[in-house]
Ligand binder design. Structure first.
Ligand SMILES: Cc1cc2nc3c(=O)[nH]c(=O)nc-3n(C[C@H](O)[C@H](O)[C@H](O)COP(=O)(O)OP(=O)(O)OC[C@H]3O[C@@H](n4cnc5c(N)ncnc54)[C@H](O)[C@@H]3O)c2cc1C
Length: 463
């Protein structure tokens, strides 16, 4: 295999990886760096752990404990041999072999696209401005702040009607994320409200989860669905199955369902759909025209169609991994793999092994991707979960212990693991967390702070 010179005068190929999530980071960690010059580009300077976003949104964990600085991880693993660039890639120019962020143009010989997914509002794009979503740490943090703000406002509202109007939470989507966030808000209603907001009665807060199919967690077993339903009901969450949201009227605090019924809604949390992170694809060597609006390799859900070796169909030296990819050729998953962390991790590992083998001249070691499904799980509330393994299903407290263990070993960073474990143990015995803090970024102290502070300051200056 002949390798072209690069700008550093070496014989190593330039590998650019878009996305430092499960797939991208795992790929970089396993790539043989003596053979490649690697640049990792991410719109954030940290790796985050999406399965626990709902705990940030419900004040169970602080954002720093589920995020890890990418530069630190790369230095730890690779002693600074991987270049990191923070920037959101907007354009991929396959003829010019470069990716473009608002701040730089980065050339590549091999491109690995692992940019995950974003929210899909289907035919209701206006929802982007009105609902709360759970696809990033920042979105989870926004949700947390606004839940706390609503509780604070309700606690000083003069009438019961007013308090009810502020505390109608509607979660759209009964998959794992919907079930988990509904359960976490249910725990706030059941345990936190009476202790910390004594002027709000539990009846004045309502949580409803809306799911289009006939059961919650429809990608898991029926046992798991039934257990999740029971747990949510014990947390006073209303469940609407076979119901689809048709419209959200934020000015009137209402969700309208397809059957015409109306749900009061002061906050709508949307977990009902994702679509692949979009890019502008160029293939005309920089003349500024996109190939076509939707190139042929973009498939269902905006995902990039690849062969069994993760090569994007019809493109040279471009690979896709994780949620953004539909990898074909795995007989057990003819329509593509589920968008799960395990799939992303395993694909990252496989592609790195294949490229390492090719570079070492050991083509016989190159393998097609085949997913080893280790099962799935979801948690409902503080100490209950449902677990579906290949040959074994269980739920309740033992499932929660397994859920806790798996998540702890998967979080990056020892400090994060310890912080998360301590938080969970603390929350298990005592619902009080010190994380229900409503801290909004601001340029300078707001008027109240200024008013309380300025007198003292002036007199100190005068004396
Ligand atoms: C709320 C939630 C809960 C989940 N729970 C579970 C669970 O319990 N179990 C499970 O297996 N899976 C779960 N998943 C799915 C799992 O998180 C994904 O399957 C996994 O993260 C996919 O990995 P990835 O590397 O493809 O994408 P991601 O982990 O999403 O990483 C994508 C990376 O690309 C970066 N990026 C995005 N766009 C750009 C751009 N334009 N330019 C540069 N960088 C960009 C992002 O910042 C991010 O770092 C959950 C997902 C969510 C959202």
């Amino acid at each position: 295999m002949s390798l072209p010179d690069n700008e550093f005068g070496t014989r190593r190929k330039r590998v650019v990886v878009i996305g430092g999530g499960f797939a991208g980071l795992n790929f970089v960690k396993r790539l043989d760096l003596s053979a490649f010059d690697v640049t990792l580009v991410d719109r954030n300077n940290y790796h985050s752990f999406p399965p626990l976003f709902y705990q940030v949104a419900s004040s169970g964990l602080d954002p720093a404990s589920i995020c890890f600085p990418l530069r630190r991880e790369l230095r730890k693993r690779h002693g600074g041999r991987v270049r990191f660039s923070m920037g959101a890639v907007e354009e991929i120019d396959t003829a010019g072999r470069r990716v473009v962020t608002p701040l730089e143009v980065i050339p590549y010989d091999i491109l690995v696209v692992a940019a995950g997914t974003t929210n899909n509002f289907f035919n209701m794009p206006e929802l982007a401005d009105s609902v709360y979503t759970m696809k990033s740490t920042s979105e989870a943090l926004r949700c947390r702040n606004d839940i706390l703000a609503l509780l604070e406002r309700a606690s000083i509202a003069p009438t019961s009607d007013e308090r009810r109007r502020l505390l109608d939470f509607v979660v759209i989507g009964g998959g794992p994320t919907g079930v988990e966030i509904a359960g976490a808000i249910g725990e706030m209603k059941r345990y936190v409200l009476p202790r910390e907001y004594p002027l709000i009665s539990q009846d004045e807060m309502s949580i409803t989860i809306v799911e289009g199919s006939d059961r919650l967690l429809r990608t898991m077993s029926e046992d798991a669905s039934a257990a999740a339903r029971k747990s949510l009901e014990s947390l006073m969450v209303n469940i609407r199955l076979g119901a689809n949201m048709k419209e959200y009227l934020p000015d009137r605090n209402r969700v309208v369902l397809a059957d015409g019924s109306v749900l009061p809604a002061s906050m709508v949390i949307w977990t009902a759909g994702v679509t692949a992170t979009p890019f502008r694809w160029m293939s005309d060597a920089g003349e500024g025209k996109p190939t076509v609006a939707v190139p042929p390799f973009v498939g269902h859900g905006g995902r990039l169609k690849t062969d069994a070796y993760c090569r994007v169909e019809g493109l040279e030296d471009v690979y896709a991994l994780g949620d953004i990819a539909i990898v074909s050729g795995d007989p057990a998953f003819p329509t593509g793999h589920p968008q799960l962390a395990q799939v992303a991790l395993q694909q990252g590992k496989r592609l790195a092994a294949n490229l390492n083998a090719l570079t070492a001249g050991k083509a016989s070691r190159v393998r097609a991707f085949s997913y080893n499904d280790k099962g799935s799980m979801a948690t409902v509330g503080r100490n209950r979960a449902v677990v579906d393994l290949k040959h074994f299903r269980f739920h309740g407290f033992p499932a929660w212990m397994v859920w806790m263990f798996i998540h702890l070993i998967s979080i990056l960073g020892m400090r994060n693991k310890i912080t998360v474990l301590v938080n969970w143990i603390w929350a298990y015995f005592n619902y009080s967390t010190s994380l229900r803090l409503l801290i909004q970024p601001s340029r300078q102290p707001d008027n109240n702070d200024l008013g309380a502070f300025s007198e003292g300051e002036e007199s100190a200056g005068d004396s």
